[in-house]
Design a protein. Structure first.
Length: 190
């Protein structure tokens, strides 16, 4: 049986919240597998993604033009991240959230849900790796994101949202292959 986007987001969100809660303040300036972001900027970016995809899940317009400094708003940024992640799951659990289209590009709502699911799962991996930890993406989330990004990756790469793929062996674990598809070196270390 296919899981709903909200169920998958709940699982991926739980993993992301655990990673974010484990980030020490002195790690915020550290490098990440996303070369354009340090840890602080990636937490801010992921929080923005979560908030904007709440709007998209509710069939409202999103605004990605500015990334607020959530980490700079005070010591409770980890708690706010958890609250926004919980809201994301709630919005996508509403009846009709996965139906129709959403966003300015009028993508199918489930496709938009896959986008935020991928960001949540992979950026949690990025943050875990950047802070010296490993994250094994939940198997159901991994399977869903892998299947979705077979179709999404070329378009996302063309739009400049993804980097060039990183070559990994064909017999590598599924998580490594997904990370390579999304422009990550699965063996990256800080």
């Amino acid at each position: 049986m296919t899981k709903s986007i909200s169920e998958l987001l709940d699982t991926a969100g739980g993993q992301a919240v655990a990673v974010v809660r484990g980030i020490e303040d002195e790690q915020l300036g550290g490098r990440t597998p996303c070369s354009e972001y340090d840890v602080r900027a990636l937490v801010n970016h992921l929080t923005q993604v979560i908030v904007q995809f709440q709007a998209l899940g509710a069939k409202r317009d999103a605004d990605f033009t500015q990334t607020p400094d959530e980490v700079g708003r005070g010591a409770d940024w980890r708690e706010r991240f958890e609250q926004e992640t919980r809201r994301l799951v709630e919005v996508w659990a509403e009846p009709g959230a996965e139906e129709g289209t959403t966003g300015a590009m009028h993508f199918p709502a489930r496709t938009v849900g896959h986008m935020v699911l991928g960001d949540l799962a992979v950026h949690a991996w990025d943050l875990a790796r950047a802070t010296g930890r490993d994250l094994v993406i939940d198997p159901a989330v991994l399977a869903e994101v892998t299947a979705a990004y077979e179709g999404l990756a070329p378009t996302a790469r063309q739009a400049g949202v993804l980097g060039e793929p990183v070559e990994v062996p064909a017999d590598a674990p599924e998580q490594d292959r997904l990370l390579g598809t999304l422009g990550r070196d699965p063996h990256w270390r800080p």
